[in-house]
Design a protein around this ligand. Structure first.
Ligand code: 5RP
Length: 225
C-alpha cells in the first residue's frame, strides 16, 4: 500500500515524464505551490541544463527552485510557456479545481493563465464527484474582509478568516465552507466580481488541461474534454 507521500511522488514523476520531450534551451516552465509541487520542483532540478528557467507561483516555490539552482524569472519578462504544473485541493471529472490550500491561489491563477497547458498533479484522494467539501479559499484585500464575508455568507457560504496568514501579495484569505458549487465557472465569476476580492480558489473558467492522478494501481490520466 503506497503512502500519500509516495502517491504524490508518483504524480510529480509522471508530470516530469510528460514534459520532458518539451524541454529545450529556450523553454520556461510554470511551477505551482504545495507539497506535490515541491516534489515536482525537486525532480525538475535534474533537468536544469535543459530549460531556460521557471516562473514560480509563490515566494515559497521560488526559494525552493532557486535552492536547486534553477533560474526563476519574473513573469513580466516572459511572453509564454508551454506548461504550468501544480497540485490541487479538489479536482472533478471536468478538471475544474479548488486551489489555494497553501494560500498561493492568485499567483497560481496568473502564472497558469500565461501557460498553454495546465497539468494538475495529485494523489487520487483529490478527485471528487462534486467540489465544495474543501473550504473554498478567497484572497481578499484586508479592508474588504468584513464586506466580502457578508457577501459570501449571502451566497450560502460560511467564511472564516485564515488566522495569522498573509498572502505573498499582502492580503488575507477567507476559507469558505459549505458553498454549494453547482455551476463552478459561474460561481467563480460571481465571487471574483465582489469588490475587494482579488481572486477565488475556483479554477473552473480555465481549469486543468490534463490531470495526472496517482492511484494504488498507477497513474490515472484525465484530459479536458
Ligand atoms: C496552494 C495550492 C496547492 O496546489 C494545493 O493546496 C495542493 O497542495 P498539496 O500538493 O500540498 O496537497 O493550491 O495554494
Amino acid at each position: 500500500m503506497l503512502t500519500q507521500q509516495e502517491l504524490k511522488q508518483q504524480a510529480a514523476d509522471a508530470a516530469l515524464a510528460l514534459i520532458e520531450p518539451l524541454l529545450g534551451p529556450g523553454v520556461i516552465v510554470g511551477v505551482g505551490t504545495g507539497s506535490t509541487a515541491d516534489l515536482f520542483i525537486d525532480g525538475l532540478a535534474r533537468y536544469k541544463g535543459r530549460l531556460r528557467g521557471t516562473v514560480a507561483s509563490s515566494e515559497r516555490s521560488a526559494a525552493r527552485l532557486a535552492g536547486h539552482g534553477l533560474a526563476v524569472l519574473d513573469l513580466n519578462d516572459v511572453a509564454g510557456m508551454p506548461v504550468y504544473v501544480d497540485g490541487a485541493d479538489e479536482i472533478d471529472a471536468r478538471l475544474h479545481m479548488i486551489k489555494g490550500g497553501g494560500g498561493a491561489l492568485t499567483r497560481e491563477k496568473i502564472v497558469a493563465s500565461v501557460a498553454e497547458r495546465f497539468i494538475c498533479i495529485a494523489d487520487e484522494s483529490k478527485l471528487v464527484d462534486r467540489m465544495g467539501r474543501f473550504p473554498l479559499p478567497v484572497e481578499v484585500i484586508p479592508m474588504a474582509r468584513q464586506a466580502v464575508s457578508r457577501a459570501l455568507a449571502a451566497m450560502g457560504g460560511q467564511p472564516r478568516l485564515r488566522e495569522g496568514f498573509t498572502t505573498d501579495n499582502g492580503n488575507v484569505i477567507l476559507d469558505v465552507a459549505g458553498m454549494h458549487i453547482e455551476d463552478a465557472p459561474a460561481l467563480e465569476a460571481a465571487i471574483n466580481n465582489l469588490p475587494g476580492v482579488v481572486t477565488c480558489g475556483l479554477f473552473a473558467l480555465a481549469g486543468a488541461h490534463v490531470a495526472l492522478l496517482a492511484t494504488q494501481d498507477g497513474i490515472r490520466r484525465l484530459d479536458r474534454a
